[in-house]
Write a protein that binds this ligand. Structure first.
Ligand code: HAM
Length: 423
């Protein structure tokens, strides 16, 4: 008979192993704590959204929408997309639920899976997870600094090493248009040396050329003018304030004049938190101010700022920083049983010990006492409770102290409190 081929996960998607789930929980706990301290409320929103949300919000010419969005047509003809990022959804949420009437700014955070049809490679997946912190309804530079601060503190609390905040300001739309014109003018001189993607970007979205990874394009980019030189005095002042606040907060940052970020909605501050080692630079967090997005999605002009972090990348960074998260608690007591009556009693005792907060292990599926004791030994428990037929009948247990090998008979009615006292 021909063997059936095993069906595996789709390319770029992966299962989460128990160990990874433990890292995820640790990170989520850290997020919860910071969200509470900085007064951000948690929201969730659908994984499927109208594709138009991202076309209008993230931007028709962004790589995310142009190349990476998973879209589908439902039976009734709606065009939906698997969410490639969270910011447009948060703004949709803000508008749909009348959050404009809530005290401003509205501070929200989220956590969940996102989807991008990327070239699958290390640290870049087609299904990945992000958490994001967004502040809608405030233009003050302190909010930009607070968002960066939250992500930085969070990564620090997870003891991730070699972090740098890279920051830039890309100004408002009009300033950026002037900058784009200057870029195109300069780039046209070297057009033939650009990679095919960038040649296309030259007419569609020239800012994207600034973060092209091709060596020839990077060489050209180095000679290009800087966007900060095109900022209005107000934007300059705002950027200056953000930098001063980061200094105040002792956050090390590096000005990156070519950081523009791949999404169309950004204005003024843009930032990434990167982990750099000898071989590579990896973005763990990306974000910035998006004063245009509420407007783009049909609301009144409303300033906003936020960021999102890649959770798989944080897990990887934690592992590389030597940060271990154990996914199984070490048990304190093991219950071994022999015979049907003893097994029932052992199950009852397990429940009682568990409810008193004692970490208990068992191997109820095994009948050989020897095998059970071996398991207890391997788990490194302090005590083993042995319940045989005799103990079950006489309402006793045998309590074995593993460090000394000593055994004593204890009344069943006193077993739980005695074990609790000894631990
Ligand atoms: P982003 O830079 O596209 O920004 O994504 C944020 C982070 O998500 C990245 O720094 C990276 O760690 C992670 N990430 C992105 N794509 C992948 C992938 N294919 N595989 C693994 N990790 C990935 C945004 O998504 C914006 N919504 C951030 C934002 C929030 N801006 C303002 N508010």
């Amino acid at each position: 008979m021909a063997e059936e081929e095993l069906i595996q996960t789709p390319k770029g998607m992966h299962d989460q192993m128990p160990e990874d789930c433990a890292y995820f929980s640790r990170i989520e706990n850290a997020c919860r704590r910071l969200a509470k301290d900085y007064r951000f409320d948690r929201i969730d929103f659908p994984i499927l959204e109208n594709a138009a949300l991202f076309k209008k919000g993230t931007g028709e010419t962004s790589d995310i929408v142009e190349k990476q969005m998973y879209t589908l047509r439902t039976k009734s003809g709606e065009i939906l997309a698997l969410r490639p990022e969270g910011t447009p959804s948060v703004v949709r949420f803000y508008l749909e639920h009348g959050a404009r009437t809530w005290p401003q700014p509205v501070k929200l955070w989220y956590w969940g899976p996102f989807f991008r049809y990327e070239k699958a490679q290390a640290g870049r997946y087609r299904q990945f997870h992000q958490f994001g912190f967004e502040v809608i309804g405030g233009a003050d530079s302190t909010l930009d600094a607070q968002v960066i601060n939250i992500f930085y503190r969070l990564l620090n609390s997870l003891r991730i090493k070699d972090l740098t905040v890279e920051i830039n300001s890309i100004g408002q739309l009009a300033e950026r248009e002037n900058y784009k014109k200057a870029l195109v003018k300069q780039l046209k001189k070297n057009q033939s040396d650009l990679c095919p993607d960038c040649r296309r970007r030259l007419t569609r979205n020239p800012l994207r050329i600034l973060d092209c990874k091709e060596a020839t394009c990077q060489e050209i980019v180095r000679q290009l003018p800087h966007v900060v030189d095109y900022l209005s005095p107000e934007c300059h002042q705002h950027f200056q304030e953000v930098l001063e606040l980061l200094g105040e907060l002792n956050i090390p940052y590096r000005l990156n004049p070519h950081l523009v970020r791949g999404l169309d909605y950004y204005t003024r501050t843009v930032f990434e938190i990167v982990q750099t080692n000898d071989e590579e630079k990896k973005a763990l967090v990306g974000g910035g101010r998006y004063d245009r997005l509420v407007d783009l999605l049909g609301g009144p002009p409303t300033p906003a700022v936020g960021g999102a972090a890649g959770i798989e990348r944080i897990v990887q960074a934690m592992k590389e920083s030597g940060r271990r998260v154990s996914y199984r608690e070490k048990p304190e007591v093991f219950i071994a049983q022999l015979g049907p009556a003893a097994k029932k009693e052992a199950m009852r005792l397990f429940e009682e010990l568990r409810q008193r907060g004692i970490k208990v292990a068992e191997a109820f599926g095994r009948d050989s006492l020897n095998a059970q004791l071996k398991r207890a030994d391997r788990l490194g428990v302090k005590y083993v409770v042995i319940i045989g037929q005799k103990e079950a009948l006489e309402e006793t247990i045998t309590l074995k102290t593993m460090s000394t090998g000593q055994q004593r008979l204890v009344k069943r009615s006193q077993a739980v409190s005695l074990i609790k006292k000894r631990l």
